[in-house]
Design a binder for this molecule. Structure first.
Ligand code: GDP
Ligand code: MG
Length: 138
């Protein structure tokens, strides 16, 4: 199995709550490599590219507003099967029901707002990873 790369984002809720270090620690403890990392204040244009698949859905506008509400940490992470592996570390999308032991399951909850504030993003396929790394690490 060839080494893969994936895009991980610590979303504004994760940065604001001071969880960046805890999230990075889990990635490193799993044995994945941090290849590049930066703090970004993403533009609407960048986010529209990143979340193009969700345009038109009810949570799309709240999602973009949320992602522009504060800085995001963008990380290029490498390892064998890291795309699937980070999704597993992150847990399922809804933090209320994400499994305990995952980032979203341990640190996330429903805050009663229009978008699920679920702390992290991870690319969902090799095609998404290539596309998203090109957007965030152009
Ligand atoms: P992910 O790949 O697990 O991050 O989930 P998706 O790609 O399906 O959705 C992107 C992001 O939009 C999620 O991480 C959430 O922040 C948000 N989101 C997705 N689905 C919903 C939903 O049904 N309701 C709300 N309020 N937010 C959602
Ligand atoms: Mg997704």
């Amino acid at each position: 199995m060839a080494t893969e790369e994936t895009l991980v984002l610590v979303k504004p809720d994760g940065v604001a709550r001071g969880l960046t270090g805890a999230i990075l620690a889990r990635i490193e403890a799993k044995g994945y490599a941090l290849v590049d990392i930066k703090l970004v204040e993403p533009s609407r244009e960048l986010l529209a590219q990143h979340y193009a698949e969700h345009e038109g859905k009810p949570f799309y506008e709240p999602l973009l507003e949320f992602m522009m509400s504060g800085p995001v940490v963008a990380i290029r992470v490498a390892g064998n099967r890291v795309i699937e592996g980070f999704r597993s570390l992150a847990g399922t999308t809804d933090p209320t029901t994400a499994a305990p032991g995952t980032i979203r399951g341990d640190f996330g909850r429903d805050w009663g707002v229009a978008v699920q504030q679920n702390l992290v993003h991870g690319s969902d396929s090799p095609e998404s990873a290539a596309r998203e790394l090109g957007i965030w690490f152009a």
